[in-house]
Design a protein around this ligand. Structure first.
Ligand SMILES: *Cc1c(COP(=O)(O)O)cnc(C)c1O
Length: 358
């Protein structure tokens, strides 16, 4: 069978080695005669899995000791509610930077729980999509926190520098976590749905600075109250244990690859290869201002929209799956997360070259 490369934005491809290991031990885990997913979450064997996953994530991201790591339910969107429920009570108000679809969705959810001030909308520079420049942001002087999305998965827009604001920085890192080095100490809260760069769907990771625990609104459901979750080591209720185990295996795999610096170098190489090819072609086009081009989600359009169906059909035949852009923006999107090997991007570029010649 020829290799198949899956460019899906999420749930996304997982490292083959991780899935093969999971398959080998699926029914009979560590010779216990049962699956890891059949263990009680409070059993010492599963607790060891849970603890190792957290420690390896701490190692990968250099998470300082004054931060808690939570393994939660509800994906990225669950955090669109959890963040304001936990933090907006500080002043009743929060600042949100809108850079694309996901940060916009976070605003809509946040409005249910307090006053949301949108500091800026997406901007266009020379006909290319960009992030509004910080000197245009309308910050409020009493925000509980500042929320933004460093990588807009749908729009293919990434911000590589942290905003400098005087309030806790909250980041939706669903599609950029672990893809490049991040200084965790600059953040109040980092969260991510797992299904892009961490593991299967059903799990979300929350990294929260300790002083931000204990401010939740009274109505906050306990399973998304950061303090309750933290006090119970993310086992206030039954966590998604199998997803947690698989995330732990992905963390081990990432450490074996050389950790975040090594994968960052590879991610840069993959993205450069694709963008350089797009730029060199007059048939394909990327509509994002170069300094904001996402390394994880590369969006592109064909010169003639009418070719889209043929492009996608040919791609599938060549073993290149899920290249269709999000329905809200159209065009194409290649999601090239950590698990995508360089060979997958090379195969895509080769196919794009052949297609444009036809
Ligand atoms: C995928 C994604 C989400 C939504 O995640 P769900 O787990 O489906 O709720 C939120 N934010 C970003 C940046 C994403 O990429």
């Amino acid at each position: 069978m020829k290799p198949v490369y899956n460019f899906c934005a999420g749930p996304a491809m997982l490292p083959a080695e991780v899935m093969q290991k999971a398959q080998r031990e699926f029914v009979n885990w560590q010779n216990h005669g049962i699956s890891v997913m059949e263990f009680s979450h409070r059993d010492k064997h599963f607790m060891a899995v849970a603890e190792a996953a957290e420690q390896n994530l701490r190692k990968l991201m250099n998470i300082p000791d004054n931060y808690k790591v939570l393994f939660s339910h509800g994906g990225g969107r669950g955090q669109f509610a959890a963040v304001p429920l936990n933090l907006i009570g500080l002043t009743g108000k929060a600042d949100y930077l809108v850079t694309g679809s996901w940060s916009k969705a976070a605003v809509a959810e946040g409005k249910k729980f307090g006053e949301i001030n949108v500091v800026a909308q997406p901007s266009v520079v020379g006909g290319l999509n960009a992030v509004a420049s910080p000197n245009e942001w309308q910050l409020s002087d009493d925000a509980s926190y500042f929320h933004y999305c460093p990588n807009e998965t749908v729009d293919g827009i990434e911000m590589f520098n942290e905003p400098e604001v005087g309030v806790p920085l909250v980041a939706d890192m669903s599609s950029t976590i672990l893809s490049r080095e991040i200084d965790v100490s600059k953040y109040g809260v980092i969260y991510a749905g797992a299904q892009k760069n961490i593991g299967p769907s059903g799990l979300s990771i929350v990294i929260v600075r300790e002083d931000l625990l204990g401010h939740a609104l009274d109505v906050t459901p306990s399973i998304i109250d950061y303090k309750t979750m933290s006090d119970n080591d993310s086992m206030y209720n039954t966590p998604p244990t199998y997803a947690w185990y698989l995330a732990g295996e992905v963390f081990k795999w990432l450490l074996d690859q050389g950790g975040v610096p090594a994968i960052e170098a590879l991610n840069k190489k993959k993205a450069d290869l694709l963008y350089d090819f797009i730029d060199s072609s007059d048939y394909y086009r990327n509509g994002v201002e170069p300094s904001f081009r996402s390394r994880m989600n590369v969006t592109f359009q064909l010169a003639d929209e009418a070719d889209n169906a043929a492009f996608l059909a040919g791609a599938e035949e060549a073993g290149l799956m899920a290249l269709k852009g999000h329905r809200s923006v159209g065009g194409m999107r290649a999601s090239i997360y950590n698990a995508m090997p360089l060979a997958g991007v090379e195969a895509l570029v080769q196919y794009m070259e052949q297609f444009q010649q036809r």
